[in-house]
Write a new protein. Structure first.
Length: 232
């Protein structure tokens, strides 16, 4: 006798339906698309700026090293007029502006024993204008400014080191006597024309005990300046 496993309406057996229901779902999980990269203009600009800055720093470092020179500098401070000793000096390697005139390291020994023409601070470079063999005014000497119009000055331009005499004059109202004219010997240390009043101030160095008399005579306006021989 045959066993009928189907139903009258031709549907599948109940056992097979139970097996189908017991199997897990085979539905596919959707795959997320890859994230889109967003370019930030600020980051791009910052990166370019960093690269340019690095290049500039490299060029600056190379230039600094290639233009650096060994020059003389001050180890300790020295006041104007004081003698500079060897212990006051050091050699440094720096990039020097062409406008400056620092003393090369090879001439360090020649700087020792010179006098400071100005106040020299520790750590500063020593320039040619900062030193002098002697300080002005020298010991027991004074500097007096003689302001005169062109008519009372020599026609020959005066220079530092010229030997001159400041001669007392009677002025326009006085008469020249037969007596010996009073004069004070001096040495020119500077010439400073003044375009505002047409006069020239000649700075002269005289002995200390004659400075007061010379200043008083200059104040009267009755003096003239005479240039003596430059032959040595």
């Amino acid at each position: 006798m045959a066993v009928t496993t189907g139903t009258k309406n031709g549907s599948e057996p109940a056992a097979r339906r139970m097996v189908r229901r017991s199997q897990p779902s085979q539905a596919l999980t959707p795959i997320a698309p890859p994230p889109k990269l967003r370019r930030r203009p600020i980051l791009v600009v910052a990166s370019v700026a960093a690269i340019c800055l690095g290049a500039l720093l490299a060029v600056w470092a190379y230039t600094s090293l290639s233009t650096a020179r060994e020059v003389v500098a001050m180890r300790s401070s020295v006041q104007r007029g004081e003698v500079i000793s060897r212990d006051d000096l050091i050699v440094v390697r720096v990039g020097v502006d062409p406008a400056l005139k620092p003393i090369p390291a090879a001439k360090l020994e020649s700087v020792a024993g010179q006098r400071a023409a100005m106040d020299l601070a520790a750590g500063g470079l020593v320039t040619i204008d900062g030193i002098a063999p002697t300080v002005i005014p020298a010991r027991d000497m004074s500097i007096v400014g003689v302001a005169l119009p062109a008519s009372l000055l020599p026609g020959e331009p005066l220079q530092a080191g010229d030997e001159v005499r400041v001669v007392a004059t009677p002025g326009q109202q006085g008469d020249v006597t037969n007596k010996k004219q009073r004069s004070i010997a001096a040495s020119v240390v500077g010439v400073h024309p003044d375009s505002d009043n047409g006069q020239t101030v000649v700075s002269v160095q005289v002995p200390y005990d004659q400075a007061a008399e010379l200043a008083a005579r200059v104040a009267t306006g009755k003096v003239a300046l005479v240039l003596d021989s430059r032959e040595r």
